[in-house]
Ligand binder design. Structure first.
Ligand SMILES: *Cc1c(COP(=O)(O)O)cnc(C)c1O
Length: 441
């Protein structure tokens, strides 16, 4: 597969993807196993992928793309990194699952704990959803309280108590964000605007005694990328401490991406519990939650809080995660990611501006979003002001010219260690042509 594809192409063939999408829709709801893959918000045919390597993916019509989805975050080392593939192969030859303890679970746990000192004990599960759900259960058990505070536009997986949107005001209890979520469950969650210290203060002044925890993406990645304002995470730390609530950082995206020790290292704020996923599985299904021993020892079999998993700590997933974290041991890799990501973020924004297209670039390390919005984006309400129609056209034209972005305005682009300077330059050059054409239309 060609790794260099800087020439601008147009009107890529999609016949085979279209055929496979039709077939998939006969047997899978919407033809996909996770909704955003269906391209519903941008239109067009989802590309069916046949293979991927480093920074590129190849679809079934033999179109090659520079990939900034990277499986939605796990592939910080790029696709099919030789060290990760080798680790998986070696593990698979020895058996794929035993339902009994293995040494590699401790090795990955030790690596996680060394990089995130706030974690004293960690429990591996099979997805970020499961990890967040379990951390919330643990926080409720540890405090004997039921209310959880989350933030509008943050995502913590699809457990009932996390699929909740704000009620009619900051102080009202949440309502189901999906049919099927019981109202009674939704009412145990409050959802407030991100980056608003006053909203948090109000929520705690009214419900403080009943709040078990705040769960937050320390850098929001699921409403597009939004950085916490200076002092905001510390404010969450102070408020929870004052009211005897726990602070849960959902670092499923940011963990080992925005710094060697995640967002908690980058922003210098220590949570009680940390939720992990994505990168720690190196592209295999994994989640984890961890924190202070006093809390983690409430989990079975030590304590009474039940949580279990047939494939938890799966040896293939542990091997892929450990191999990936080993590639991230050196502080230099974060400098490299920072430099390449800055080049991409600045390049895309400059390309938009040169063509007279209104946009705002939000970036924290190797996660970024270009919002088609005239004002700075600090929260979900702001993100929703973006021109999603324009985003859809931008997305489609980038795709057609060989750049695979997340098919929604409210997602992050990820730069991996496999993205070369040439990839970034090619991407910016393509964006320049796309923005010029968009400005004309
Ligand atoms: C992806 C994600 C999850 C859910 O992880 P899954 O493995 O998809 O269940 C939870 N929290 C955040 C912040 C995520 O980005």
């Amino acid at each position: 597969m060609s790794q260099q594809q800087s020439t601008v192409q147009t009107s890529k063939p999609v016949a085979r993807s279209r055929e496979l999408f039709q077939r998939a829709q006969e047997v899978l709801p919407g033809g996909v196993n996770s909704p955003v893959r269906g391209f519903k918000s941008v239109g067009g045919t989802p590309r069916f992928i046949q293979s991927a390597r480093a920074s590129h993916i190849l679809d079934v019509d033999e179109n090659n793309y520079i990939d900034y989805v990277c499986s939605w975050g796990p592939l910080i080392a790029g696709h099919a990194h030789p060290a990760v593939v080798q680790a998986i192969e070696e593990a698979a030859r020895k058996g794929t699952s035993y339902g009994a303890p293995t040494e590699i679970e401790s090795q990955l746990a030790e690596t996680v704990i060394e990089r995130m000192p706030a974690i004293e004990l960690v429990r591996f599960v099979s997805s970020g959803t499961e990890a967040a759900m379990s951390a919330v259960r643990l926080a409720r058990a540890a405090t004997g309280r039921e209310l959880i505070v989350k933030f509008d536009g943050c995502y913590h997986g699809h457990a009932d108590s996390m699929l909740v949107s704000a009620g009619s005001g900051v102080l009202t209890l949440g309502q189901p964000d999906s049919p099927g979520v019981p109202k009674a469950v939704a009412e145990t969650t409050l959802s407030v605007p991100y980056n608003s210290a006053s909203a948090i203060d109000e929520a705690f002044s009214v419900h403080g005694d009943a709040i078990a925890a705040i769960i937050v993406e320390p850098v929001a990645g699921n409403m597009g990328v939004i950085e916490p304002e200076a002092g905001y995470l510390q404010h969450l730390r102070d408020v929870t401490q004052r009211h005897g609530a726990l602070l849960i950082f959902d670092e499923v995206i940011t963990g080992f991406r925005v710094a060697r020790g995640g967002a908690q290292e980058r922003f210098g704020v220590t949570p009680d519990l940390t939720v992990l996923g994505k990168i720690i599985g190196g592209g295999l299904p994994v989640g984890a939650y961890g924190g202070k021993a006093e809390y983690m020892n409430l989990i079975a079999p030590v304590g009474p809080v039940y949580q279990a998993g047939t494939l938890s700590g799966n040896p293939l997933a542990m091997a892929a995660g450990l191999a990936t974290l080993n590639l991230l041991d050196d502080a230099d890799v974060y400098d490299t990611l920072e430099r390449r990501s800055a080049k991409l973020g600045n390049g895309l924004l400059a390309a938009a501006q040169a063509a007279g297209i209104t946009a705002t670039a939000n970036r924290v390390g190797s996660m970024m979003t270009l919002f088609f919005s005239g004002s700075a984006v600090h929260d979900y309400a702001g993100a929703k002001h973006s021109d999603t129609g324009l985003f859809g056209r931008y997305f489609g034209m980038m795709l057609d010219r060989g750049v695979y972005l997340a098919p929604s305005q409210f997602e992050a682009a990820f730069v991996s260690l496999a993205h070369t300077d040439d990839d970034i330059e090619a991407t910016v050059a393509i964006a320049e042509t796309v923005f010029e054409d968009l400005a004309k239309s």
